[in-house]
Write a protein that binds this ligand. Structure first.
Ligand code: PMP
Length: 340
């Protein structure tokens, strides 16, 4: 029984549940737990960084009444910044990629944000990219701050201060593997930094997309432009080197496909009753790919970054899956397994 009452919605950020995965993890050694970041009031892990970065800016005297908060976002960070801005009385301007679907944009507008839609498949330094558009808006808007999540160390700090300690306490220090999707890299870097301080033997596995440079950069230290090509999963991988990723703390990157991640997202819902977003499927897909390397006594924590309700017209739509050319028979297989 939760007997608490709260002064505002922001007090509910963090302290998300850790839930054991059962049927879907049957053939995987060890115990696998999902950290359900959709339990945050803005329904994603990004609430943590939005609150932390904005409150740090307040402490530093950077936010005066009526200030504007500017950011680039694939959606989730936008929801979180918009929510924090409304409660704290700031304006919010967001530059989003055109991979972001209409419902997400409507959601951002519902929370009072002003939204600029920018092309996803242009280089980061192109003046049309969402990075450049956000930078320009920040420059042109007096009394504004730019969150700059990909380059802001406070993104890492937010997870060092909250996500990492929560996982340590929730597993009673037994965690052996942390698996997390990398976009900015803040979630995995901050959580891993805390966890490795407690136990340096914990293995940290970053999840990357085909079409993103992160895995190759981790292995070679070079940004290989040949690695960059369009892909579907929003929020996973990057076409630049994010300064909010601590590459040294990540032991290994695993790449996952759009297609397998989509099936796995559906499988999680059908086998566990957990509606995770597309990157939750991506993260668990990575666990499947590394299962041979897991010992029987492994305690694996997989971060599920957001909620599946945001993907009803994408991965949870058979029509959308067909449009992507994903094999329908695999989907049928999933459904029949769920009904036996
Ligand atoms: N999944 C989703 C849906 C996201 O929006 C993001 C953030 N871009 C991530 C995963 C990756 O989280 P991080 O930025 O902390 O690496």
């Amino acid at each position: 029984m939760n007997t608490e009452s709260y002064n505002n919605i922001l007090e509910l950020i963090a302290n998300t549940p850790l839930v054991k995965l059962n049927k879907i993890a049957e053939n995987i050694p060890g115990d696998i737990y999902a950290k359900l970041e959709s339990w945050n009031p803005g329904h994603s892990t990004k609430d943590r960084i939005a609150l932390h970065i904005i409150e740090e800016a307040e402490k530093d005297g950077l936010l005066k009444p009526g200030a504007t908060i500017v950011e680039t976002t694939s959606g989730n960070t936008g929801f979180s910044i918009a929510m924090v801005s409304i409660v704290k009385g700031y304006k919010c301007i967001l530059a989003v990629s055109d991979k972001t679907k209409g419902e997400k944009i409507a959601y951002l507008k519902a929370l009072g944000a002003k939204v600029f839609v920018c092309p996803a498949n242009v280089p980061a330094d192109d003046p049309r990219s969402y990075y450049e558009v956000a930078k320009r808006i920040h420059k042109e808007t007096p009394n504004s701050i730019y969150i700059n999540q990909y380059f802001n160390q406070k993104n890492i700090d937010a997870h060092y201060l909250t996500t990492g300690p929560e996982i340590w306490e929730q597993t009673k220090g037994k965690i052996t593997h942390l698996v997390g999707c990398c976009g900015t890299g803040g979630t995995i870097s901050g959580s891993a930094r805390y966890l490795k301080e407690q136990n340096p033997d914990i293995k940290v596995i970053g999840v990357d997309a085909y079409g993103s440079i992160l895995k190759k950069y981790h292995e070679t230290g070079e940004l290989d432009k040949n690695e960059i090509y369009p892909y579907r999963i929003e929020g996973l991988g990057k076409n630049l080197v994010p300064k909010a990723t601590d590459f040294d703390i990540i032991d290994e990157f695993v790449k996952v496909t759009d297609e397998e991640s989509a099936y796995t997202t559906r499988e999680i819902a059908l086998k566990e009753g957990i509606m995770g977003g597309y990157t939750s499927g991506a993260a668990f897909q990575a666990v499947k790919q590394i299962k041979e390397s897991l010992p029987e006594d492994a305690v694996v924590v997989v971060v599920f970054p957001d909620h599946g309700s945001r993907y009803i017209t994408k991965v949870f739509s058979d029509e959308w899956m067909q449009e992507q050319g994903f094999v329908q028979s695999k989907l049928n297989g999933l459904e029949s397994r769920a009904t036996v």
